[in-house]
Design a protein. Structure first.
Ligand SMILES: [Zn+2]
Length: 655
């Protein structure tokens, strides 16, 4: 008789090995961190002795679930902002809050909370991507979980690095120090192609290859991402990252929702594993990944929950059920993704997708003892049919709940017994988590009350105060003014032609100012040569009247507009919105040695007709008086009537 440390007996054992061997009643012997043997109960009990023999009472004993993609510290951001589009959710809420709050302490607490939830739900391995990833590794290993921990690298400043070189150096350092850890596989994460540069993709791949660790990234999550990549690089996402040598590394590719047959083959040849995240993809309306086809072609596809801020939980039972149903529902084929295949994705195939399949993912002698017990006796899972041996897989995937998991072992060590967590103190963690929620709530409440704070939160804002003389006069058409501009007294220094699109956002309180999204399309020889977008928060205006003109003083906050007008509309949620479209001929002229801007505008939306606008920056009252006189002269010289002049802005005309 060989000796073991623990023997589990009287269990329905789903080994999830290559042959899907199933033992009922089965037994399994654990020695140290590993599985010594698994098989029919009489055989195991005849061959092994152990000081501890656990009678499983007919529960299912199976490999622990493998969560192939998540961002565990985001448990602390769960429920913070929901029912938003991905860009508004990410750039408008997650990233600004993360910049403010994410620290090593935040990451450790969020990870511990996540580990408590995952252990309760039967997850024994997870693949993470976040900032301060070494703190995820510390907290996860202290909780006894197995994890692939990937340090994020991005082109933007992150909570743990101002420049990408810093996060890359952190990743290298982390990988070097944790490479031989028994529970943690350190790794590197270029966040996504759209948040990376080609240089980042190449550098992270080189690092992963150097240390032979996985490279974890998001690929082809949304249709927009693929469309942008086609526009910018002339190819979809998968060929683009291949060009950056990404597949030389052991890639874990999250999402892959929008990929075609050729791209599936590229992933296959690149030996990449895919992490399918059905809840997240459905919640953010990204779509449903072609998983059925990926499996037919032989790709290793695991199942992930994605971060708890976009799911909103880490429940792998729910994720399995949804993965199967989504494929059936979208393919019109109820035989797609049967229960056993789905459970395989969440266990052995998932571990293969993460490139750690030789260590975990199935109950086989020599693999680590990462296993769970699931009670299949509750009322929602009764009765039991055994005519078809596959019915037990259906019981697990379609009817079991994460709360049916009673016991969890990782690396030969119990993390939960009879639903008691052994490595984490839940009440303490919950109280600390609530304290963060309180702080983040008050931060966001203060921000949401101010358009300026919201503008600053999305970055790139600069302040500018301007004083200018401005006069506007209605004209019948642009042509006579163009003729009049040939007057030798007027020297034309510069001429530009563009189409201008403005969206003005109004807020209930006037003190908030007016937010303008402006898109200028520059035109040369009838074609658009360049498009520029800006956001301007226009503060309340102070006005001084002069004859026919007005001196304006106002503060403005300018920010480049990298997102669509739709993004800003959903992010700022204006009370009212107006659009103005015009064709603008803009001249910089010199008149009596003073520079003026003359705009000849044809306003097409709404149909307001033509206007001439004359403007000049000014610095003193004396200067303003002089310029004001010259503006009247100019109006007359160009054949318009100064008596018709108005100080009204176009936006005031349309209000
Ligand atoms: Zn993700």
């Amino acid at each position: 008789m060989e000796s073991a440390d623990i023997i589990f007996k009287n269990a329905v054992i789903l080994t999830m090995d290559e042959n899907f061997r199933l033992y009922e009643p089965g037994a399994l012997a654990v020695h140290g961190t590993d599985i010594l043997a698994v098989g029919p109960e009489p055989e195991i009990l005849a061959a092994y002795v152990a000081p501890e023999i656990i009678d499983c009472g007919g529960k299912v004993l199976m490999p622990g679930l493998v969560n192939a993609h998540t961002h565990v510290p985001m448990t602390l951001l769960r429920g913070l902002a929901d029912d938003l589009r991905l860009d508004v959710w990410l750039m408008g809420y997650m990233m600004p809050v993360e910049r403010e709050y994410v620290s090593p302490e935040f990451v450790q607490l969020g990870t511990k909370l996540a580990c408590a939830e995952m252990i309760r739900g039967g997850t024994t391995t997870f693949t993470d991507m976040y900032y301060f990833e070494e703190d995820v590794a510390k907290a996860a290993s202290a909780a006894g979980m197995r994890a692939i921990c990937s340090q994020t690298v991005m082109k933007f400043p992150t909570p743990d690095a101002k420049f990408y070189e810093e996060s890359l150096a952190m990743a290298r350092d982390f990988i070097q120090r944790w490479k031989d850890h028994p529970l943690i596989v350190p790794s590197v994460s270029p966040h996504a192609p759209y948040t990376s540069t080609a240089e980042i993709l190449r550098a992270t791949a080189a690092l992963a290859i150097e240390f032979d660790v996985p490279l974890h990234t998001h690929l082809s999550e949304t249709a927009l991402e693929v469309e942008n990549m086609r526009n910018e690089q002339g190819m979809p996402v998968i060929p683009y990252v291949k060009k950056q040598d990404l597949f030389e590394a052991k890639v874990i590719a999250a999402h892959c929702v929008h990929i075609d047959e050729g791209e599936i083959r590229t992933l296959l040849h690149g030996k990449a594993g895919v992490a399918h995240n059905p809840s997240s993809n459905l919640k953010l309306a990204s779509g449903v990944a072609p998983v059925k086809r990926m499996l037919e072609l032989g790709l290793n596809v695991g199942i992930g929950t994605d971060g708890p801020a976009s799911n909103n939980d880490l429940d792998m039972f729910e994720e399995m059920r949804l993965a199967s149903f989504a494929q059936k529902g979208t393919s019109g084929d109820p035989t797609a993704l049967p229960a056993r295949t789905t459970l395989n994705m969440a266990t052995r195939m998932g571990a293969n997708a993460l490139h750690i399949g030789e260590h975990t993912g199935s109950l086989e002698a020599g693999k680590h003892a990462d296993l769970i017990l699931v009670d299949i006796s509750p009322v929602h899972n009764a009765p039991h049919f055994r005519r078809d041996p596959n019915s037990v897989y259906a019981q697990i995937v379609y009817a079991s709940k994460s709360s049916d998991v009673t016991d969890v072992m990782v690396n030969g060590k119990f993390l939960m017994r009879n639903r008691d967590l052994l490595t984490l103190s839940e009440p303490e963690l919950l109280a600390q988590g609530q304290e963060y929620a309180r702080k983040i709530d008050s931060f966001l409440m203060a921000r949401e009350g101010s358009v300026l704070s919201k503008l600053i939160a999305i970055g790139g804002t600069s302040e500018e105060e301007s004083f200018e003389i401005q006069s506007k006069v209605r004209i019948a058409s642009v042509e006579p003014i163009l003729q009049a501009l040939k007057n030798p007294e007027i020297e034309i220094l510069r001429r530009r032609h563009y189409r201008e699109y403005d969206a003005y956002f109004f807020f209930t309180s006037v003190e908030q100012g007016l937010l303008r999204y402006r898109e200028d399309s520059f035109i040369e020889n009838d074609s658009v040569t360049k498009v520029r977008s800006r956001l301007t928060l226009i503060g309340p205006t102070r006005e001084d009247e002069f004859p026919q003109e007005v001196l304006l003083s106002r503060s403005r906050y300018l920010a480049p507009a990298n997102q669509s007008v739709r993004f800003y509309r959903e992010y700022f949620r204006p009370h009212q919105e107006k659009e103005i479209e015009k064709d603008r001929l803009r001249f910089l002229v010199k008149y009596h040695d003073i520079e003026f801007f003359i705009n000849l505008d044809t306003i097409s939306k709404p149909n307001l007709g033509c206007f001439m606008e004359i403007k000049s920056r000014t610095w003193s009252r004396q200067d303003a008086e002089l310029k004001s006189k010259l503006v009247v002269d100019l109006i007359q010289l160009l054949g318009a009537d100064p008596a018709e002049a108005t100080s009204e802005d176009y936006i005031e005309m349309v209000r």
